[in-house]
Design a protein around this ligand. Structure first.
Ligand SMILES: *[C@@H]1O[C@H](CO)[C@@H](O)[C@H](O)[C@H]1NC(C)=O
Ligand SMILES: *[C@@H]1O[C@H](CO)[C@@H](O)[C@H](O)[C@H]1NC(C)=O
Ligand SMILES: [Cu+2]
Length: 668
């Protein structure tokens, strides 16, 4: 033993002497590096040489380490061996393979063929091939000519097709085409009346119909590039600077962030996009970091359009499972998407041949001098005037995911008071359906949307974001409590009042108890640690302050709703299960809804004093209006995870406001 310890110390000493700056140790939750992607690519290619096999990588990600392993990793003082494994979905000779690779040992641990329904995420490259096909397809060229349009000004885009009860499913996409003539705003200029279906395996058009002709909306007033706009500009906005003379209040080491009383890890995945892990908050009284969230990310985004005609019925998108939130993450624009004092993190994504490429400025981190943390003006004490106010400084972690026409601005906001506030803001361009109608007085019958400009229908649709929130409130064993607020009638004349309200708390025993529809009856939804109490005896916990609820309006037997059944409730609780990551299923393209959260929870498992996961649906019903055209100002929604008897008292009671910065020309 002594000898071994001696060798370790010698080794450490030796390393300290040799390397001036030791390389940053990899964290087991770090996203795959460039080299790791290449190792995965090589190992799969070694097993399936591309000379003899057709190999396409549809997902390469980190294979989640077991939570027990992470607990050991976090506790150990001596560095443990970093486990690095990758989970791969590859289509090899037409079959979906699930491959687990040990990156460190350079071995393939397992390789199974998926036999069920559905297909993996579409690759960017195969979609790139599909959108070129119509431009060389004689029937399409004839249709373009018939409409009097210029083929050189046509661009096309791919749309996942869903599943509508057909017995056999192939990997197909619909292709819609648009005019890019005189405006880059292609999505508001669709060429209507065409059905183009491309088989991604065959890479050819397998179905084509030219149905009817509706006017292509004109390019007039659709441009949004500032360089193409003419005056007058306005309203005017004055300059504003941000200046942190002491530097940023946060530190990023690799992918680990520490700021104020928080520390957490930022991961990234080609499917999930940004992943927040190991979020812990420092307790000033207990002198320890206390775990709040083991992991949080957007598990799926379901966007069903509400036009059942041939033109639009299939448009029921699952943006994460079909297109990849990570693959659709875009580089942030410094000083525009994030303030001047932001710091950026790059990440890697991969192509369908497995080659990694860097995505610059994928994530930004910055402090926001927001508003008031707490305040009070006291006028009730004679001869004394008390006013106390503390500035609130928050930390924002931001990404933007642009899936085709829509831009999703996704923030994780951390507050020193212990709250985590995820928010979503939508921008981008409406999906427009062309029409011959130029004015609302020409409307006869159902439009399935609103006229937002001449010849342009903004089709009704929803955006349902499904958040995966694996709480570990002071440890993994947690319970879920619903505290209902209910009216009590006073009938015995004991008060001048006739009623009051009080609370009634129930612990959800099983998954069924925890399927929550947020409605008119108010309730507090709290994840507690049933094994820990505050000094005065309350169970420590974190409360969900939900987003404004949006309930699905499709019938439960409708095919898109079967696939998107995870939106049937606003909140769900499941016992933690490493494979239950994707609320819409692992294989979402052409899925049949047999691997959704709604199906898993039918097991009605016990969730008392267990490692539990909360699933929260944040929805927006979108009835388009003229202001959404030609490009939509941010439309936002958010929710809050707020400490509830987690601390003994207000945890920011003794937090000082940041020092005032002297500024030239300012008197105070
Ligand atoms: C069609 O578009 C191309 C490319 O923009 C342009 O060069 C050409 O002049 C257009 N043809 C007609 C007939 O407008
Ligand atoms: C984890 O989830 C999968 C899918 O729902 C299920 O098949 C499996 O039995 C679960 N494992 C445990 C330990 O519950
Ligand atoms: Cu919308």
């Amino acid at each position: 033993m002594k000898l071994a310890l001696f060798s370790v110390l010698t080794l450490l000493y030796f390393q300290a002497v040799v390397s001036v700056k030791p390389p940053l140790r990899q964290h087991p939750l770090d996203p795959l590096t460039n080299e790791e992607f290449l190792t995965v690519q090589t190992l799969v290619h070694n097993k399936y040489p591309t000379s003899k096999n057709k190999v396409a990588f549809h997902y390469i990600g980190l294979d989640d380490p077991a939570k027990d392993y992470i607990a050991i990793y976090e506790r150990s003082l001596i560095p443990v061996v970093i486990r690095r494994k990758s989970f791969v979905l590859a289509i090899i000779n037409g079959q979906s393979h699930e491959i687990v690779i040990d990156i460190r040992l350079k071995t393939i641990d397992s390789d199974n063929v998926h036999k069920g329904y559905g297909f993996p995420i579409l690759s960017v490259e195969e979609q790139g091939v599909a959108i070129e096909l119509p431009l060389k397809y004689p029937a399409f060229i004839a249709s373009v000519k018939k409409r009097g349009l210029n083929l050189s000004e046509v661009v096309c885009s791919t749309f996942s097709m869903g599943w509508f009860g057909e017995e056999e499913s192939k990997r197909t996409v619909r292709v819609d085409c648009f005019m890019k003539e005189n405006s880059v705003n292609i999505y508001v200029r669709p060429i209507s009346g065409l059905t183009i279906v491309v088989d991604l395996g065959l890479q050819k058009i397998v179905e084509y119909h030219d149905r009817e002709i509706e006017t292509v909306p004109t390019a007039e007033n659709t441009e949004y590039q500032v360089s193409k706009q003419s005056p007058p500009f306005g309203p005017n906005q004055h300059s504003l600077t941000s200046h942190q003379p002491q530097g940023p209040g946060f530190q990023i080491k690799g992918h680990s962030v520490s700021w104020a009383n928080w520390k957490f890890h930022i991961g990234f995945d080609v499917r999930a996009g940004i992943v927040i892990s190991l979020a812990s908050i420092y307790d000033l009284e207990k002198h320890i970091y206390r775990r709040v969230l083991y992991k949080g990310y957007i598990s799926e985004l379901f966007v069903p359009y509400q036009d059942p005609t041939e033109e639009f019925y299939f448009k029921t998108f699952f943006d994460s499972g079909e297109f990849g939130f990570g693959l659709s993450t875009v580089s942030l624009i410094p000083n525009r998407d994030c303030p001047p004092h932001a710091q950026f993190i790059d990440t890697y994504i991969h192509s369908d041949d497995g080659t990694p490429s860097i995505l610059k400025n994928a994530i930004c981190v910055f402090e926001q001098y927001d508003s008031i943390m707490w305040r009070h003006t006291e006028t009730g004490i004679p001869d004394e005037f008390i006013e106390e106010s503390r500035t609130e400084v928050n930390l924002i972690v931001r990404t933007v995911v642009t899936v085709g026409n829509y831009d999703n601005v996704l923030d994780w906001e951390f507050k020193t008071s212990g709250s985590i506030k995820p928010s979503i803001a939508l921008s981008g361009i409406l999906e427009i359906k062309g029409t011959n109608i130029k004015h609302t007085n020409e409307i006869k019958g159902e439009l399935y949307g609103k006229l937002v400009s001449a010849n342009s229908i903004g089709v009704y649709h929803d955006h349902f974001y499904m958040y995966y929130l694996d709480f570990d409130i002071d440890g993994p064993e947690n319970s879920f409590e619903k505290t209902s607020l209910k009216t009590v009638r006073i009938t015995d004349g004991s008060s001048k009042r006739k009623s009051y309200w009080t609370t009634e708390t129930q612990t959800a025993k099983t998954e069924s108890d925890a399927k929550i529809t947020i409605g008119p009856t108010p309730a507090e939804l709290v994840v507690i640690n049933p094994n820990k109490k505050t000094a005065i005896g309350n169970h420590i916990g974190y409360r969900l302050i939900p987003a404004i609820p949006a309930h699905p309006l499709l019938t439960e037997d409708d095919y898109p709703q079967i696939r998107g059944a995870f939106t049937n409730y606003n909140v769900w609780i499941t016992p933690y299960n490493r494979t239950e990551k994707w609320a819409g299923g692992l294989y979402v393209d052409h899925s049949r809804g047999d691997d959704t959260l709604a199906v898993w929870t039918k097991q009605n498992r016990n969730i008392v004093n267990k490692d539990i996961v909360m699933w929260h649906v944040v929805g927006i019903h979108h009835v388009p209006a003229q202001e959404d055209f030609p490009i939509m100002p941010l439309l936002s929604t958010s929710f809050e995870l707020r400490p509830t008897n987690f601390f003994e008292r207000n945890p920011v009671l003794k937090t000082l406001s940041p020092k005032d910065v002297p500024w030239p020309g300012c008197s105070n």
